[in-house]
Design a protein around this ligand. Structure first.
Ligand code: SF4
Length: 361
């Protein structure tokens, strides 16, 4: 086992200094590698929220747009939640956006607008768990705090030749212990970033590039030729499918939309009238019973699928027309241009595209 080898951290940090990716939430390439220089903590907070469950390449344009609109933590703390959701639109996992705004409010109210630099205090912020607290503390402040994410799990398991399933509680605990033991005495943030970067770009799940890996001589898995089998592959589980009907109800050039409840999936976002698909009912009856409107010309115009970590959704999209923009409890009639400005989930963005196509016909 590697222990807390200094030559390991030196090799990793030397590699990172030369090969790291140039990302907007990091210090520019060529910046000082002194351990007293750190990126803006607010930028680290925003990037860490966006990077959960999301690829770096997807996050970059969102990060730029978000910072353009909310340049400071104070600006985010006073933002309207709908504006924050609108900027998050398409990134998914919208509770991250709501928590990020709430975290900004706590930082302004309880920490004088400055993010705290300890893991214990960071853990008090909404949406900040052990990984994110460690990432912000180490990357934005140089605090000696470990981090364990999917990339770090893979790298440490291979370096230490841990063949057990890293999803088991005992192995999770072991990995956090190891992540702490291998921290160097300086450049903690760079070291943690380097571990993640190595996992993302060199020590990849399949075909790790061991021949060019800067820490190859420390790696027990490659010495034993078992790197491809570590960590063991997760058994594939089929997620349950939830079927929905989405209705593009149109009258007088407007469409009927509704806001989702303030808790649960896509909380507070907007959608065209959507109901659970009903096996023994006709879609026309379902939309009438949901809205109290009599609709005509109901046509199936699209089918949208959407997969989340534990669930899959399928939306059958229907277009239909109502006689007039009669008020409907809990729903509003709006133009498609107005729908464009509302925060929408990914499937509802696709429904919006279908609505635009229906109007053009
Ligand atoms: Fe990963 Fe191979 Fe490097 Fe070991 S030598 S850390 S398996 S890339």
């Amino acid at each position: 086992m590697l222990g807390s080898s200094r030559s390991f951290s030196k090799a990793l940090l030397d590699w990172y200094t030369v090969h790291r990716r140039d990302l907007p939430w990091r210090l520019p390439i060529g910046s000082s590698v002194e351990s007293t220089v750190h990126p803006d903590p607010y930028h680290v907070l925003v990037s860490e929220a966006m990077l959960q469950q999301t690829q770096v390449a997807t996050v970059i344009p969102y990060f730029h747009r978000f910072l353009e609109k909310f340049a400071t933590i104070e600006a985010l703390a006073t933002a309207d939640e709908q504006d924050v959701l609108r900027l998050w639109q398409g990134l998914g996992y919208y509770s991250r956006a709501r928590n990020l705004r709430k975290a900004a409010m706590v930082v302004v109210e309880q920490f004088g607008g400055k993010l705290p630099n300890t893991v214990d205090e960071l853990l008090k912020l909404p949406g900040v768990g052990r990984y994110t607290a460690g990432a912000i503390a180490s990357i934005a402040f140089g605090t000696k705090a470990p981090i364990v994410d999917g990339n770090v799990v893979r790298v440490i398991c291979r370096i230490d030749k841990i063949t057990d399933d890293p999803r088991e509680k005992a192995i999770v605990d072991l990995l956090w212990t190891r992540a702490e033991q291998i921290l160097p005495s300086a450049r903690i943030g760079d070291f943690n970033s380097a571990l993640m970067e190595l996992g993302a770009t060199v020590c990849t799940p399949r075909n790790p590039q061991c021949l060019v890996c800067s820490v190859q001589r420390h790696c027990e898995a490659v010495a034993a030729g078992v790197q491809e089998t570590i960590p063991p592959v997760k058994k594939v589980k089929v997620n349950p499918l939830e079927e929905r009907w989405t209705f593009l109800v149109r009258a007088e050039g407007k469409f009927l939309v509704e806001q989702r409840p303030s808790t649960g999936r896509w909380a507070g976002m907007w959608q065209f009238v959507t109901v659970p698909a009903q096996e023994n009912a006709e879609p026309a009856d379902a939309v009438s019973s949901a809205t109290g409107l009599r609709v005509n010309g109901l046509n199936e115009v699209g089918y949208i699928t959407h997969a989340l970590t534990h669930r899959r959704y399928a939306f059958t999209v229907f277009s239909c027309s109502a006689k007039s923009v009669k008020p409907v409890d809990g729903r509003v009639w709006v133009t498609l241009e107005e729908v464009d400005r509302l925060p929408l989930s990914k499937p509802q963005l696709k429904a919006l595209e279908i609505a635009h196509a229906v109007v053009k016909k």
